[in-house]
Every structure is written in C-alpha cells, then in structure tokens.
Design a binder for this molecule. Structure first.
Ligand SMILES: Nc1ncnc2[nH]cnc12
Ligand SMILES: [Zn+2]
Length: 336
C-alpha cells in the first residue's frame, strides 16, 4: 500500500520543474472525504485507510478505474481551487519552482461539471501560486484517448474561450488500442491555435506510438516514453531532435511498467543522451511527489549528486517557460 509522505523531505530539495502531473491524481484520501461530505457524495469506502487499501494496481486500467471514480467528489469551482492549492503546498515542500499541470476536461464535463467551472477553479489557485508558494505554472489540457476523436474535437472547440489560460494540449488515459494517429486532427487545430503539444506514449503502448506522437501529432515532449528504449532508431531520433521525455519512476513501478525501481531504464536513457526528466504523474496514488521520485531513483539506482542535478536542470530545459524565467531558475539551481 502506498505510504504518502506526511511531511517535507528531510534534506533541502533541489529546485526543479514538475512537467508530468495530473491535477486529478493529486487528490489525497483526506481531501477526497472532505469534498465528498461537502458535496453530499457517498464514497464506496468507509475510511481513508480503506480507500488507501484500494491503491494496489495491476496495470494502467486498474488505476484509471479508481482515478475516474474518485473524481466524483470534484463538483464546484471551489473544489478545483482547493485541489490545486493542496498540490501547490506539497509541491513547494518538494522544491518545485515551476509546474506544468495536466487536467482531464472530459472526465468532468461527462459528469455534468461545466468546463468553465474546472478551468476557473484551477486558474484561481494557479494565479495565486507565484505569491503564495513561489511557483510558476502552466496548464495542459489533455484529451482522453479512450474517448472518440469527435469528443476530443468538441472539447477543443468548447475550450476556445479559455485558450489564453492553456499552454498545451496532451493525450492521456488507456493507451493500448488508442494510438496517437486517432487524434491527428485535433492536434493540428491546437498547433494552428499556437498551443504546444505533448502526448503520453510508450508507457504501456509500443515504441510505434512514440513515432506516431512525433510524426503525426508533432509533439514537443513525450510523456513517459520509456518504451522508446526498445527501438534504437527512435532513441536516435529523440536525441537528435532534443525531444524531452517526462519519466515517472514511482508511477512506472505502481502500474507495473517496470518490475522494480532497481530495473528502471532511467540510467540507460541518460546514457543514451536522451533529455530525461523525473516527475510524479499521480502522486496521491503512487506514493510520492516530485522530490520523493528524485530520492527514490537516487536510492534504487545509485544516482550521484551530479546526475540528480542534471535531472533538475533538464526539467527547466524541457519546460515551456520563457527564456528569461528559465535562465533565472537555472541560475538558482547552480547556486544551490
Ligand atoms: N499514468 C497515466 N497514464 C495515462 N493516463 C493517465 N491519467 C492519469 N495518469 C495517467
Ligand atoms: Zn501521466
């Protein structure tokens, strides 16, 4: 059972950017019960402990089933603002200076929660973040790949009034059987609108999906991407084009993408020259936030301080920050 750290790391964490973080995946059991009570929702678990005992996953789908079910408690603008505030407070303790945050609009609109409620609630917390937590943020709107291409297109059209709040579009949810090619049209529209593009690819799905994300969706970053290591030509392409990969080590263990953290391909990915970053994915479910992932790979893989610094540096290099802010964060890292 995951044990979410109750307090800040004992050491002083390196300044870093979090680039792969689903805001809905930061819903801790305590907040889930608070919101359930506030909104008159009955959860199918009697206590927080009972809920935590459900956090034992056999694959991505088994996690997604619980992830979508718990979203039932998120109903109002205040709920989304509280969720984001809770994440930002944790992120600050973990040395996160910049966060590029995914949200899943279709998982809310399909339950009758208007898109504007989701975006306004999140935006309220993110607008307060520089002053309240010393964290800059961006929002990334993800399409659920196990929903239809038409649903993604309708979601993008509904989001047009809010595009000034959105930096990029992404692609997540159940990967196998839902290749990036299914979403070519909506990604083309997003690029036309000036948005950046990212996609989950090569988590459970094959290296071929990473090729499609690059060639058909024109992604600026690949989320997860660990299975690129099965295709030498693909690794060469990712290295040559300096395409960042947002790797999530604790997630990969919990969702059985790797058997054990000690077997994680992260060191081989770094050795291959890939622009790798370390991130937390759904930290409430996978047992750790950003710095917990850094600490876990340090301990399991024997990474030295220089390598951890490279990972922190990569996180800023791979971000969608403007050059001036990026340079300021890199300077802060160098001085740390
Ligand atoms: N690890 C993951 N992979 C795909 N979709 C997700 N949605 C939330 N977490 C995810
Ligand atoms: Zn993810």
């Amino acid at each position: 059972m995951p044990s979410t750290p109750a307090s800040a790391p004992a050491h002083r964490p390196l300044p870093k950017a979090e680039l792969h973080l689903h805001i809905e995946g930061t819903l801790e059991p305590g907040l889930a019960f608070t919101l359930a009570e506030r909104n008159g929702v009955t959860l199918p678990y009697a206590t927080e402990d009972e809920l935590r005992r459900a956090y034992s996953f056999s694959d991505l789908q088994s996690f997604l089933n619980l992830y979508y079910a718990l979203m039932e408690v998120l109903r109002t603008e205040d709920d989304f603002a509280d969720l984001a505030h809770a994440y930002l407070a944790r992120a600050k303790e973990q040395g996160v200076r910049h966060a590029e945050i995914f949200f899943d609009p279709q998982a809310h609109t399909s339950r009758g929660v208007p898109l504007g409620t989701v975006i306004r609630g999140l935006a309220r917390a993110l607008d307060a973040a520089p002053e309240a937590y010393g964290i800059t943020t961006r929002l990334i709107m993800c399409f659920l790949r196990d929903e239809s291409a038409e649903s993604a297109l309708a979601t993008f059209e509904a989001a047009r009034p809010y595009l000034d709040r959105i930096t990029a579009v992404g692609l997540d949810s159940a990967e196998v059987g839902h290749p990036p090619s299914k979403f070519q049209e909506v990604f083309a529209l997003a690029r036309e609108a000036g948005l950046k593009c990212v996609a989950h690819a090569g988590e459970e799905g094959p290296a071929a999906y990473v090729w499609e994300a690059l060639d058909l969706l024109g992604v600026d970053r690949v989320d997860h991407g660990v299975r690129c290591m099965e295709d030498e030509r693909l690794v060469a392409r990712l290295v040559a084009d300096r395409i960042p990969l947002t790797v999530c080590p604790l997630s990969n263990v919990r969702l059985r993408v790797v058997d054990d953290l000690a077997d994680h391909p992260l060191p081989a990915m770094l050795d291959a020259g890939l622009l790798v970053t370390v991130n937390s994915d759904d930290p409430a479910y996978f047992g750790g936030y950003a710095d917990d992932n850094f600490t876990a790979v340090r301990d399991a893989l024997g990474l030295d301080d220089a390598t951890l610094r490279t990972l922190a540096r990569n996180s800023f290099l791979a971000s969608f920050l403007d050059e001036e802010t990026r340079a300021a964060y890199l300077k802060e890292l160098d001085a740390c």
